[in-house]
Design a protein around this ligand. Structure first.
Ligand code: FES
Length: 221
């Protein structure tokens, strides 16, 4: 016998003055996007629970609560959200500036040229690398081309965590993870071994979700 269809409970909230209904537990970001209300976002993956919440580009203001990451915060009955609050916008812009300051902007020769989500979002947000920018003192890491299909350039990684999540949760593999903490945190392969020596099957899900060129297909891959 067919299972009875149970309707999910919904809540009503206001986003930028528009009354919106969303499923209970839905994150503000997805509720807003479903209504055509744009909020910048980069690391968010709808199925990720808990959300990754790493890029801080999706900040919004909730009345009575303050600034929250919209991909992390769930909707509530009566909630009033402002996507263009001064503080949230300033913090989003700062988060983008910091990402840009820590990313090699070698876009001319980049394999993701023309399809880089990160660059496109920075243009949409009208944020550039700060004028007084001084490069973070990072050691340049070797590019890993050991895999037959995928090239891993850790220098381009913005530490969003999307590849780690898809490999683990969608594909059931763990070729990547983060090591160290804070400023020192970096994406690496299992045991820091070349990607070609890992269990990576080369399915390419990680390449699809990488918003920069940290993970790319080899030509013809
Ligand atoms: S999209 Fe929300 S923190 Fe990245």
């Amino acid at each position: 016998m067919a299972e009875p269809v149970t309707e999910k409970a919904t809540v009503e909230l206001t986003i930028d003055g528009k009354r919106v209904r969303a499923e209970q537990g839905e994150k503000i970001l997805w509720a807003a996007l479903a209504e055509g209300i744009a909020i910048p976002h980069l690391c968010a993956i709808k199925e990720a629970e808990p959300p990754l919440g790493t890029c801080r580009l999706c900040l919004v203001e909730v009345e009575g609560q303050g600034v929250v990451a919209s991909c992390v915060e769930s909707v509530r009955e009566g909630m009033v959200v402002h996507t263009d609050g001064e503080r949230a916008v300033a913090l989003r812009r700062r988060a983008m500036e910091l990402l840009l300051a820590d990313h090699p902007l070698e876009c001319k020769d980049c394999p993701k040229k023309g399809k880089c989500d990160f660059l496109q979002l920075s243009i949409a947000m009208k944020v550039k690398r700060p004028k007084n920018y001084r490069p973070f003192p990072r050691e340049e890491l070797p590019v890993d081309a050991s895999h037959p299909r995928i090239i891993f350039d850790p220098n381009k990684c913005i530490r969003c965590g999307r590849c780690v999540w898809v490999c683990k949760e969608r594909v059931g593999e763990v070729p990547f993870d983060f090591i160290q903490k804070g400023y020192e945190m970096r994406l690496t392969t299992f045991m820091d071994k070349p990607l070609g020596e890992s269990d990576c099957t080369g399915c390419g899900e990680c390449v699809e979700v990488c918003p920069v060129a940290a993970l790319c297909f080899k030509e013809g891959g």
